[in-house]
Design a protein around this ligand. Structure first.
Ligand code: TYM
Length: 399
């Protein structure tokens, strides 16, 4: 079978991933990202995870197909990939691809989650791709000792509204909730599970003797939707996963066993993380005071933004004298990735560095933009309530 490059993704990175965790500077797993987020870290992650940076040639290939370079690629928010060039060549040769992404419903949705989904919607619109969207309600129940089935179900229902509000096309998008649709995933998951040893899972995910059995058995469930398109289409079907790079361990183990099971390796495009308002680590639902949620009231959004960490100096006169540090400023990052165009962002950067821009102005720009965005998004969430059924995976998807 024609397939993507055949190197062993897990063998490549097992030990270096461990070493990376050992050096205590930064931890990146699907369940934990800690340490200060800065651009240097992403270069290191490409090296350690054995992924590839987005080259100019690849960006050009993308541009030829989409007619432009998406701002999130231009700003290098999406910075890394596996087999994207292979996937685009397949597409050029008449082989369409599925998109696959997902959410672990552990809380409300914050604006960090939204960026990969907005990009996924863009890809769906440009390439006419079908999308499988997985809710790993089992993963989040198993991971958090305090989680109850009731709270996870509540967040699943709430988060589905956000997914629909993103604007995915109902005729091309299907939502899979693990505990409800397990019959479609389990046969594939058992095939996957049989090919992965505990030793590999331990090295890739950092499982220990105290990890509960549910978590140890979970990764094949997240791997399964990578192969579901081939079952739906009744032939090997390329799949592209847009997500932040924290999810990469899942794809490493999936890619290593894909060809053995007669499937293509899933391709990925990896994004960076939107930092938390305190700058320490990524934005996370588990630290609500430093995250902006789609369910936050506009006054709360404003309050959170105004009390955010910035890259500014301690006083106005020092700021004017020394300039600010936009490179470490979450306010600058949100404006850059969400709201400013390239020119505005560059101007903001220069004015900040040269001491001609004070943090108050950036905070106020961000608060205004975010409030407008959230008010509009809330409206879309409300409308989504009538559409949930249209998006659910069912038997018809397999016919
Ligand atoms: P979850 O719910 O942790 O995250 C959902 C998506 O958001 C990305 N993400 C972020 N991106 C930027 N900045 C942040 N601060 C940030 N925090 C999270 C994640 O990378 C992810 O793309 N196990 C998964 C659910 C899942 C999934 C998938 C994700 C199932 N199948 C396929 C991606 C692709 C999870 O708990 O994601």
């Amino acid at each position: 079978m024609d397939s993507s490059p055949h190197h062993q993704d897990t063998n490549n990175i097992d030990s270096s991933f461990d070493n990376y965790q050992d050096n205590k500077e930064i931890i990146v797993t699907p369940w934990e990202v800690s340490g200060e987020i800065e651009d240097r870290m992403y270069i290191k992650l490409i090296e350690k995870f054995g992924t590839q940076g987005l080259s100019q040639d690849l960006i050009e290939k993308f541009r030829k197909l989409t007619g432009e370079v998406h701002p999130l690629i231009k700003s290098q928010y999406f910075f890394s990939h596996r087999d994207l060039d292979w996937l685009l060549t397949k597409y050029e040769n008449g082989d369409p691809f599925y998109l696959y992404t997902g959410r672990g419903p552990s809380g409300f949705i914050h604006i960090g989650h939204i960026l990969p989904w907005l990009f996924t919607k863009y890809l769906q619109d440009k390439f006419g791709s079908k999308l499988l969207f997985q809710f790993t309600d089992d993963e989040k129940f198993l991971y958090n000792p305090r989680a109850t089935r009731e709270t996870i179900s509540k967040y699943t229902a709430e988060n589905i509204l956000d997914i629909i509000a993103i604007g995915f096309q109902p005729n091309l998008t299907r939502i899979i909730i693990d505990t409800q649709h397990i019959n479609y995933l389990y046969p594939i998951a058992t095939e996957i599970a049989k090919k992965i040893t505990f030793s590999t899972a331990k090295a890739v995910f950092g499982f220990t003797n105290t990890t509960n059995l549910g978590m140890i058995g979970f990764p094949p469930i997240q791997a399964a939707p990578c192969f579901l398109p081939s079952i739906i289409e009744k032939k090997p079907t390329p799949v592209l996963i847009p997500a932040a790079i924290d999810q990469d361990p899942y794809w490493r183990i999936t890619r290593d066993i894909a060809v053995k099971l007669g499937f293509y390796k899933p391709a990925q495009i990896h994004s960076k993380f939107l930092p938390s308002l305190s700058r320490i680590s990524k934005m996370s639902s588990s630290k609500p005071e430093t995250a902006i949620f789609t369910t936050d009231e506009p006054e709360i959004v404003e309050k959170k933004v105004l009390s955010s960490f910035t890259g500014g100096q301690a006083t106005i006169s020092l700021q004017k004298k020394l300039g600010g540090n936009a490179d470490i400023c979450p306010v600058y990052a949100y404006l850059r990735y969400f709201f400013d165009n390239e020119k505005e962002s560059l101007e903001r950067y220069i004015r900040c560095k040269s001491g001609n821009l004070l943090c108050g102005e950036c905070k106020s720009d961000l608060a205004d933009n975010t409030k407008t965005f959230i008010i509009d998004f809330k409206r879309k969430r409300e409308k989504a309530k009538d559409k949930v059924k249209d998006f659910m995976f069912d038997e018809k998807c397999l016919q």
